[in-house]
Design a protein around this ligand. Structure first.
Ligand code: PMP
Length: 314
């Protein structure tokens, strides 16, 4: 917990999963003052547990807290809380290759505030749950639907931070796309209505020859930890990586499209449907995406050497 004035979070403790008590007038319930994060812990073949770049999630929460007028735990406090949560739940981390432990840090305005203003008190907590691998066998291609009615984010809004209030408004678009048989929604920018932004919980990349492009993180998309890691891995593998605005029309010319995120890792996109036109892309074993996937997942699961020092063993 932390009060508005002292800006320092007191040391918490690990307790059993339970409901929390919250004032009906809390900042999070009334004004959406809340931030979330998502991190995965994997079990290595030798039984030890690896966390992937939790410091990056801590830093992202700091940026988000600034935008949402909230104090934030230090990077050390954040990472320590994540480690303690994993340690307390180590028996729930699935065996190597069989899934992961999903960790969800949350920072909420827990104090009562009736008028529109920052909450007088904040609570940071972490919970965890085992999850299965996103893909049961191999990489199944995603089929995306380009949304033209709803926008995920607008300039000057909160699209670049992981606030809880970004997610409820897109459930309608996601539900509609799913009911039509698509795996996810691909959002466009709200000003020109033609530049690719991201999917509901993952970033997007397109491949043309040796060039891999992804939209820039300049205020409306989330700076994914996986996105940044893939940009680095791709450059190391000799690809030219460009962070630039990508018009939706460029999809017709792309060889491959893929998504990145903590949940999916790196996921090939088989098709994108835009204005009733279905554009198909190369997928499968030999594609760029599958090479990037095995490099990233190899590091995350301790199957290949982590030369970058991205993983923390606990
Ligand atoms: N965009 C959005 C909107 C997301 O919710 C997520 C998931 N955190 C991502 C992208 C991917 O980010 P990361 O690679 O850090 O999971």
């Amino acid at each position: 917990k932390c009060t508005e004035d002292d800006d320092k979070f007191e040391q918490g403790k690990v307790s059993r999963y339970r409901n929390i008590e919250l004032s009906p007038a809390s900042g999070v319930l009334n004004y959406g003052q809340g931030l979330l994060e998502g991190i995965k812990a994997y079990r290595k073949e030798d039984g030890r547990i690896l966390l992937f770049r939790p410091d990056q999630n801590a830093l992202r929460m700091k940026v988000g807290a600034e935008r949402m007028c909230m104090p934030c735990p230090s990077v050390d406090q954040f990472v320590d809380a994540v480690k303690q949560t994993v340690l307390a739940n180590r028996r729930w981390v699935p065996p190597s290759g069989k899934g992961s432990l999903y960790i969800r840090p949350l920072l909420i305005g827990s104090g009562a505030i009736l008028g529109l203003a920052p909450s007088p008190e904040y609570t940071f907590f972490v919970y965890a749950s085992p999850v299965a691998n996103y893909f049961k066998e191999g990489l199944a291609p995603l089929n995306l639907y380009v949304e033209e009615e709803f926008f995920r984010s607008s300039r000057g809004g909160t699209g670049s931070v992981k606030t809880i209030s970004n997610y409820a408004p897109v459930m309608k678009a996601l539900g509609r796309a799913k009911s039509r048989g698509f795996s996810d929604v691909l959002y466009l920018d709200s000003v020109n209505k033609k530049y690719l932004e991201e999917a509901s919980a993952c970033n997007i990349f397109i491949v043309k020859g040796n060039v891999i492009s992804t939209p820039p993180t300049n205020g409306t998309i989330l700076a994914g930890v996986t996105r940044r890691s893939i940009v680095e891995i791709a450059r190391d593998l000799g690809y030219q990586v460009e962070e630039r605005s990508i018009a939706v029309d460029e999809l017709s010319d792309a060889d491959e499209v893929f998504c990145t995120g903590t949940a999916v890792g790196v996921a090939p996109v088989g098709s994108v449907t835009y204005q009733d036109r279905r554009i198909e892309f190369r997928t499968g074993g030999g594609c760029v995406c599958s090479g990037l996937y095995s490099n990233l997942v190899g590091i995350q699961r301790g199957l290949i050497e982590d030369k970058k020092g991205w993983t923390i063993e606990i």
